[in-house]
Design a protein around this ligand. Structure first.
Ligand SMILES: [Fe+2]
Length: 277
C-alpha cells in the first residue's frame, strides 16, 4: 500500500500538491468563466444565499457548454484513481465546479456525497489558492462510520419549500423524500460536529494546481468564502458501484443527459467515459 492510498483509506481524504500545471488551470478557468457566462447547462446554479452570484456552480459543463475545453481530465488522473480505488475499470460519473467571490457568505453544509453505493470518490482540483478558513473541511475517518448523513435541514419537514435557501433546495432536489424509508436510512449531521471532540475536523488549505481526493462518505463541508476561490471536481465510480435507491440524481441526470441510469444498478450507459487498466 502506498502512502497515498494508506492516507486515503485511513483518513478518507488526501492532498496531492501541484498535481496539474498552470496550463491546465488556465484552460479550465477559462472554460468555467465561459460556462458561467453562457449558462447553457440545466444544472447551472446560483447557490448564494442572496442570489448575488457570489457562489456559482454547474454540473456537466463539459457536455452542455459549447467550447468547454476537451482537455478537462488530467492525463495521469484516471490511472491514479484506478490504483487508489483498486479498480481496473474506472468510470467518470460527472464533472462539476464551484466558483465563489470574496462576498460569498454561503457555506456548503456538512454532508456525504451519496448518490452512489459502492466505490465513489471525488477529485477536487484547486484553480486558486484557497486558505484554510475557506477551504474544504473534512471529518477525518468519518467514511468508516457506517452511517449515511444528510444536513439537519433535510429532516425539517415543517419548512415551506419557498423559504429554503438555494443551497438547501439544491440538496433537497437530489435527495428529499417524505418517505419514512428515506428518513430511516439517513441520519442528521450532529449540530456540534465542529466542537465535539468525537470528530476530528481538518481544514485542508490548497494552492493552485493541488489535487484533493476524497471518499464520498467522508463528511465534508465548505465554509463561507471571503476569498475568490474556484475548484473543479471530477467524480469517479467503479464498474461495481450502483445508483443509490435513496437519491434522485439518477432520475434528474437521466432526464437532462438522456442516459439510462437505474436505481440499484451499475452505470453502463456509453455516455459515461470508462477507463480500463
Ligand atoms: Fe460534496
Amino acid at each position: 500500500m502506498t502512502p497515498l492510498s494508506k492516507s486515503l483509506a485511513t483518513d478518507g481524504f488526501v492532498k496531492v500538491p501541484g498535481f496539474v500545471d498552470s496550463n491546465f488551470v488556465h484552460n479550465i478557468l477559462n472554460s468555467i468563466n465561459l460556462a458561467a457566462q453562457v449558462r447553457s447547462s440545466p444544472f447551472f446554479r446560483d447557490l448564494s444565499l442572496d442570489q448575488t452570484e457570489s457562489f456559482l456552480s454547474d454540473i456537466w459543463s463539459s457536455h452542455f457548454v459549447r467550447d468547454f475545453t476537451a482537455s478537462y481530465i488530467p492525463s495521469s488522473l484516471p490511472s491514479l484513481m484506478s490504483s487508489l480505488m483498486n479498480c481496473p475499470s474506472l468510470i467518470l460519473l460527472q464533472d462539476t465546479w464551484f466558483k465563489r467571490t470574496t462576498s460569498c457568505t454561503t457555506p456548503i453544509p456538512w454532508h456525504h456525497d451519496q448518490s452512489i453505493e459502492g466505490p465513489f470518490y471525488s477529485t477536487w482540483i484547486s484553480l486558486t489558492d484557497i486558505p484554510a478558513a475557506s477551504s474544504l473541511h473534512f471529518a477525518r475517518g468519518s467514511h468508516k462510520s457506517g452511517l449515511r448523513y444528510l444536513p439537519s435541514s433535510f429532516f425539517d419537514t415543517d419548512s415551506c419549500v419557498d423559504e429554503l435557501s438555494a443551497m438547501e433546495s439544491f440538496y433537497r432536489s437530489f435527495h428529499y423524500s417524505s418517505s419514512t424509508d428515506y428518513t430511516d436510512h439517513f441520519c442528521p449531521v450532529p449540530s456540534d460536529i465542529e466542537s465535539n471532540s468525537d470528530y476530528d475536523i481538518v481544514a485542508l488549505p490548497s494552492a493552485i494546481g493541488d489535487l484533493i481526493i476524497f471518499n464520498g462518505l467522508t463528511l465534508h463541508s465548505l465554509p463561507s468564502s471571503f476569498t475568490n476561490s474556484c475548484g473543479f471536481v471530477l467524480r469517479w465510480v467503479s464498474a461495481e458501484s450502483v445508483v443509490s435507491p435513496y437519491s434522485k440524481d439518477a432520475q434528474i441526470a437521466s432526464d437532462y443527459l438522456d442516459v439510462s441510469l437505474r436505481s440499484g444498478e451499475p452505470i453502463t450507459d456509453d455516455f459515461f467515459l470508462r477507463f480500463n487498466f
